[in-house]
Design a protein around this ligand. Structure first.
Ligand code: ARG
Length: 463
């Protein structure tokens, strides 16, 4: 035990109880910051030597010791001890065991407060980069599917009632747009994550002649946190990331909800590959869309993490408080959940089987081209409100006859408006309806192709 005596224990007369030790320790979860902690320590030590605060011999010993520790961590050989509280003290203790006094000099001009803030920022920066790559892979999968379906028609809904026909490609590209904004948000958040806290020390800075710019440069930070109190205490960058994550999950949850509906035999629009579904232990006929359901469910968990971090922060006086130790588990779980969800989604999209006939039939059933008939009349001089009324009556008539507008005879249509001519039938078809919405952002196949081309350019970085 003497060997593992707490770094701060000289002042204390009695050890903490086992329960308090366990309660206050973070090693069970923060050990995953180890590689970032080492990275930060190497930059800090190099700066100390450069400034003449420690000797070059000490630096060499620290570098050698940390290299060995990194090896041990990577090979799962490092023994994490709860009595050493957290990742920082575990590594420092091991370093000192390996290289002696040089290890004890590493913490000169630094505190765990600026150290942990640096570790989280390094971790989060790497996570953001990984997540952006995964979003882009998913966007590529959406694009590939959309490209096959610029002429596949399904009913577009408002209020979950058939509204107007759209192409499946257009529908998929809506999600591409959402994810594109998500990438934008993450990239913006990254700039604020990518600032160096080290040098703030415990809260007020340090009396050693440190060079923070040098440390920032070594760790590839874009800048340094300009106020030491702020640097060690605020976790707004993590909250901001969690807000981005909530929005990403919200988008994926919306898509999941649609997949679940579309898998229902009453829709029957799509089938997911079997590997994303499970059966029921009692009902042999079932094929359940478990993966989309879980994505929808896990969105609640991610939203919960955002609220947890906001609540964690809201009443903290400056500067560092131990409350902040609670930032890690929600943050780690947000990253892990998001990474898995995005991976699974990109894979799932490649296995979507589309039932074009079911989509078409659904679009036919709901008088999806009624607006087109109204627009037709309006273009012939009938005021839109009157055209709306004429079409409402025509729809009522077709409903009684149990047929689509396009199945009515010309003479029947003309009873509702003499302005209707033979050319109406091209307009009442689903194809005619989507083709006519031919402007930027519209569902006409030509426009969806253009949107896909633009999206490809964006993905390749040339836009
Ligand atoms: N494990 C701590 C955390 O996660 C590290 C910083 C502790 N600082 C302190 N003064 N106790 O926030």
């Amino acid at each position: 035990m003497e060997n593992n005596k707490k770094t701060w224990s000289g002042r204390f007369n009695e050890p903490v109880s086992e329960l308090v030790e366990r309660y206050t320790a973070s090693i069970s979860f923060d050990h995953r910051l180890a590689t970032y902690d080492i990275q930060g320590s190497l930059a800090h030590a190099a700066m100390l030597a450069n400034q003449g605060i420690i000797s070059n011999d000490d630096l060499a010993a620290i570098e050698q010791g940390l290299a060995q520790i990194l090896d041990e961590v990577r090979n799962n050989q490092f023994i994490w001890l709860q009595e050493l509280e957290d990742v920082h003290l575990n590594i420092e203790k091991r370093l000192t065991a390996l290289v002696g006094d040089a290890g004890k000099r590493l913490h000169t001009g630094r505190s765990r407060n600026d150290q942990v803030a640096t570790d989280i920022r390094l971790y989060l920066r790497a996570s953001i980069d990984q997540i952006i790559d995964l979003i882009k892979a998913m966007q590529q999968a959406l694009l590939d599917l959309a490209e096959l379906h610029t002429n596949t028609i399904l009913p577009g809904f408002t209020h979950l009632q058939v509204a107007q026909p759209v192409s499946f490609g257009h529908h998929l590209m809506a999600y591409f747009e959402m994810l594109k904004r998500d990438v934008g948000r993450l990239s913006d958040c990254r700039k604020r994550v990518n600032q160096l806290p080290l040098g703030a020390a415990a809260l007020a800075g340090t009396s050693y002649p440190i060079d923070r710019e040098l440390v920032a440069q070594k760790l590839n930070f874009e800048g340094i946190c300009d106020n030491s109190l702020d640097a060690v205490s605020d976790r707004d960058f993590a909250i901001e990331f969690c807000a981005c994550a909530s929005l990403i999950m919200t988008h994926l949850s919306r898509m999941s909800e649609e997949f679940i509906l579309w898998m229902n035999p009453s829709f029957g629009f799509i089938e997911l590959a079997d590997r994303f579904c499970t059966g029921s232990s009692i009902m042999p006929q079932k094929k359940n869309p478990d993966v989309p359901e879980l994505v929808r469910g896990k969105t609640g968990r991610i939203n919960g993490h955002l609220v947890a971090l906001l609540t964690l922060m809201k009443a903290q006086p400056l500067a560092y408080n131990k409350d902040n130790q609670e930032d890690k588990e929600p943050l780690f779980d947000t990253v892990d959940t998001l990474v898995d969800t995005l991976r699974i989604y990109a894979d799932m999209l490649t296995g979507v089987r589309v039932n074009q006939e079911a989509m078409r039939q659904a679009a036919m059933r709901g008088f999806a081209t009624a607006t087109d008939l109204a627009d037709y009349l309006t273009k012939k001089g009938v005021p839109f409100r009157d055209a709306h009324e004429i079409v409402a009556k025509t729809v009522q008539f077709a409903e009684q006859k149990n047929c689509d507008l396009s199945d009515l005879e010309l003479t029947e249509l003309q009873k509702f408006s003499p302005q209707i001519e033979d050319n109406i039938f091209a307009i009442l078809t689903l194809e005619g309806a989507i083709k006519s919405r031919n402007h930027t952002g519209g569902t006409a196949p030509e426009q969806v192709h253009a949107a896909i081309e633009k999206a490809k350019k964006w993905l390749s970085g040339s836009l």
